[in-house]
Structure formats: C-alpha cells, structure tokens
Ligand binder design. Structure first.
Ligand code: F1P
Length: 319
C-alpha cells in the first residue's frame, strides 16, 4: 500500500574491487536463499550518490565487506550508512580490530581467511561461503549449511586435478583477450573472474551476462579470444546455446560446469567439470577457482608475479 511503512526487510551489500564482486555474488545468494531483496553497490556509490540509498533506507540492512577492513571507501560508506542514514550495518572482514569494525554495529571477522598476496583469492571464497551460511541460517535452512561443508571437502579433493588441467591448457594457448560469462549468482563470479585474470596476468579481460554477449560484445570474438562460460543449472539450456554460437564464431571456449553433457563437451575447447554435491548455489564459491588458476598460470607464463601485480597495493587508502 502506498505510504505504508510495512516495507519488507531488504539488504545492501557494499565493497570495493574484489569485495564489490563478492557483494554481488552474496546479494544474489541472499535473495535466492531468504527471499529478501538484496543488491550490491561499490562503496563509492554510497559516498557520491547517497540519495540513491537514502530513498530505500526504511528497513534496510547493510553488509560492508573489506578484507583489510581499511579501504577508505568501504570504511566511509559504513560510517555514512550507520551514522548518517541510521541503517543497521554489519561488517565482514579478515582483519582483527579494524577501522571497519569500529564503524559497524557488528562484525564478522574471518582472520584465518586472509592471504599474503595483494590479490584476493581464498578471502573471496571464504567470505562468500560465510555470507551464504548467514543467509541460510536466516532462512532456517540447516541443510544448506551442511551442504556447504560437504561441498568444500569434496572440492578440496578435486583441486589438484583441476590445477593440472588448467596449467596444461594455459601452457598450450595464448590469447589476446578474455571474456567471462555468467547469469544470476554466477554473474558476480564472472565479474570477479575478469578482474582476477586482469590483475594476475595484466590481460585485457571483460565480463557480461551470458545472454547479453549476443547483444554487441560478440563482435570481438576471434580465435585469440578465450571465452569462459560459468554454466548454471537454472539457465543451462539457454547458456549452452550461446556457448555453441561462440564456438561457431571461432572463439576458444572454456566451460565451467558442475556436470557436462555431450552438447557442452562438443562446444568447448576445455571442459572443467566440478562434480560437486548440492545445488548450484552451494557450489557457487568453487566456480571462481578456475579463473584464479587461469590468472595465475597466465601471469606466470608472462614472467609476472601474480601475487603482486604492478600498480596495485593491497589496500586503497585515500587522504
Ligand atoms: C579490496 C581491493 C582488492 C584489490 C586491490 C585493492 O580491498 O580493492 O580487491 O585487489 O588490491 O583492494 P578490501 O577492501 O577488500 O581490503
């Protein structure tokens, strides 16, 4: 009803860089698990266009994500959300006693998930799984929490062979550019995948919704373009049609799929089958690992240090 204050609780996930793409994957996971509206924004949007958030502030909860807990835009966004907009704000970080924690109502600290490298790898998967776990708990879905644990254990056992498959493929090929495609919760994964390959290997790399790739971006496809498809179960049939189309256009195609059928195999130059239990949301975090490995081996092949890309610092702190 117009003018009523019975707005359903909704959620805003905030971060910068990898933490923003993590916010994207977490927001879609949150809605799918709890039924509550959720969206992701970079910290800078809260600071530059606060009116966009203020307009929906009733019954809004915010989750601000930052590995370091020190990124200026994330810390300032938490301050604006909590102090100026009176929005309940939860921090998610890998740092103990951080500036972010000081600005939030409550904070989840995953100390053991931090990594030494500049680029974020295990902190991404750990924070994503934790946020999915929180969503499942809120929804009273204990089975989902159990499935996450089973998935993580089985994926650990698959990691060695996955690494070998990707190392071999990267050694045999060289590309001018990289495209990562995914829909729904897999779109956040595709965005982070593009960033990861860009950071770790100094490559030209982009992401799109899978079916959006037909609407213009396919103009760039050549035999020197690597197209990675994160294939969902929900949209698989339509996504595989795009995969087949891009193969016909001459692109080099990589399919990341939990289970690959004949159509997927026929249309792919490399199939990375994960074979994990549970539904597609349980498996989500594992999907970023192939892109992390593509970035790592491509960077190594170029003689770079994928852990410490040039021009990057671990934290962006503004004056
Ligand atoms: C996130 C981040 C990284 C990026 C860069 C700068 O920081 O943007 O994603 O690789 O090194 O920091 P954080 O807020 O999660 O600590």
């Amino acid at each position: 009803m117009l003018g009523s204050n019975n707005r359903k609780t909704s959620w805003l996930f905030v971060g910068c860089g990898t933490s923003f793409y993590l916010a994207d994957a977490a927001a879609t996971s949150w809605t799918l698990l709890t039924g509550e509206p959720a969206r992701a924004v970079p910290g800078s949007e809260i600071l530059l266009y606060p009116a966009l958030t203020r307009s929906e502030a009733t019954n809004l909860h915010a989750v601000v994500i930052s590995r370091s807990g020190r990124t200026s835009e994330a810390v300032r966004a938490a301050h604006v959300l909590r102090k100026e907009m009176q929005i309940h704000t939860i921090g998610v970080t890998c740092a103990v006693k951080s500036e972010l924690e000081a600005e939030c109502d409550s904070t989840l600290v995953l100390k053991a998930a931090d990594e030494k490298s500049t680029v974020m790898t295990r902190s991404f998967t750990s924070m994503l799984i934790s946020l999915q776990w929180m969503a499942a708990r809120r929804a009273g879905n204990a089975d989902f929490c159990t499935s996450l644990e089973v998935m993580a254990a089985q994926f650990a056992a698959r990691l060695r062979s996955l690494t070998d498959e990707i190392e071999g493929f990267v050694d045999r090929n060289s590309f001018e550019d990289y495209v990562f495609l995914g829909q729904g919760p897999f779109h956040g994964i595709a965005r982070e995948a593009a960033l990861k390959v860009m950071e770790m290997s100094c490559s030209y790399s982009q992401s799109f919704h899978t079916l959006e790739f037909r609407h213009g971006p396919k103009a760039i496809v050549t035999p020197h373009t690597a197209l990675t498809f994160f294939l969902s179960q929900t949209g698989q049939q339509s996504e595989v049609e795009v995969l087949e189309e891009m193969k016909e256009l001459g692109g080099v195609t990589i399919a990341v799929s939990n289970r690959a059928d004949e159509n997927i195999r026929r249309a792919s130059d490399l199939v990375l089958e994960l074979n994990l239990p549970g539904d597609e949301l349980t498996q989500l975090a594992s999907h970023i690992v192939p892109a992390q490995l593509i970035g790592f081996f491509t960077g190594m092949g170029k003689g770079l240090n994928p852990d410490q890309p040039k021009n990057l610092t671990r934290v962006v702190m503004l004056d």
